[in-house]
Design a protein around this ligand. Structure first.
Ligand code: ZN
Ligand code: FE
Length: 266
């Protein structure tokens, strides 16, 4: 894989233990990065030719913004697009829900997706190269979802519902490589799901070769991710077993799944 993105192909730069800093170049060759928690991999990609002009920020956690100050110093006038949150002081533009922003020649629409944090946002682009793209930070992970640090289960479920309503061929670019451990939990919840079994197998193979499991299509997530399947009879049945009674509604199904995942050990 090249050290930085060829036009219209999202390429993850590994950072820390399991973060990805996504890079994406537009047709003109200018590029953006998403959630640069560490400036070093981005500066290294720039040394190899990445023409960084903008940064998208999904939320304020340090593993997503730790590189902002160094990158702003390295690229005078760089655009840093972030949610309304004073905990991201480096932002040059703050966006609301449904905002349209253009960075590196690529048009994005923002969605507010509270739950992991109260001001978390996601960036969605219609066709970029071959298909739409979603940068969703720590809201939706492959086969999982973010922890609820500043939001309720109802908020997070509503946020996931919004992401799940995007086109099925949308390529999901989340910020963490958690897919292998998420697969163990997903299989505990939904062991007979053939699509999930196949995805888990593919993920084991990718990780054995140290390859990213992302991007993944939204259609594949909707078929395999238990947190997107609160209405599925098998997922409801697993939650009913855990609770000792049927969940009152899909919000309770989601809440039980999230708490179960918090204590799950493979
Ligand atoms: Zn986070
Ligand atoms: Fe994170």
């Amino acid at each position: 894989m090249p050290p930085f993105a060829p036009p219209c192909v999202p390429v993850p730069l590994p950072a820390f233990e399991d973060n990805y800093i996504w890079t994406l170049a537009g047709d003109g060759g200018d590029a953006l990065v998403v959630d640069p928690g560490d400036p070093a991999p981005v500066l290294a990609a720039m040394a190899e030719g990445l023409r960084l002009v903008g940064i998208l920020v999904t939320h304020h956690h340090n593993d997503h913004i730790g590189g902002l100050a160094a990158l702003a110093a390295a690229v005078p006038g760089i655009e840093i697009i972030a949610p309304h949150d004073e905990r991201i002081p480096q932002a040059t533009q703050r966006v609301d829900d449904g905002a349209r922003v253009q960075v590196a020649g690529i048009d994005f629409e923002t969605l507010t997706v509270p739950g992991h944090t109260r001001s978390h946002i996601a960036f969605h682009a219609g066709k970029v190269g071959e298909a739409p793209l979603l940068f969703c930070g720590d809201t939706l992970f492959s086969l999982g979802c973010g922890r609820l640090f500043e939001g309720s289960p109802a908020q997070m479920l509503a946020s996931l519902d919004r992401l799940a309503a995007l086109p099925g061929d949308t390529r999901v670019c989340c910020t963490h490589e958690y897919t292998l451990s998420n697969a163990a939990f997903a299989l505990a919840v939904d062991p007979h799901n053939r699509a999930l079994q196949a995805r888990a197998e593919a993920v084991r193979d990718l990780r054995a070769r140290l390859q990213p499991t992302l991007p993944v299509t939204l259609a594949e997530e909707c078929a395999t991710n238990p947190f997107l399947r609160c209405d599925d009879p098998a997922v409801r049945a697993a939650v009913t077993m855990r609770l000792g009674r049927p969940p009152a509604d899909r919000i309770e199904t989601f809440a039980v799944l999230r708490e179960w995942k918090n204590v799950f050990r493979a």
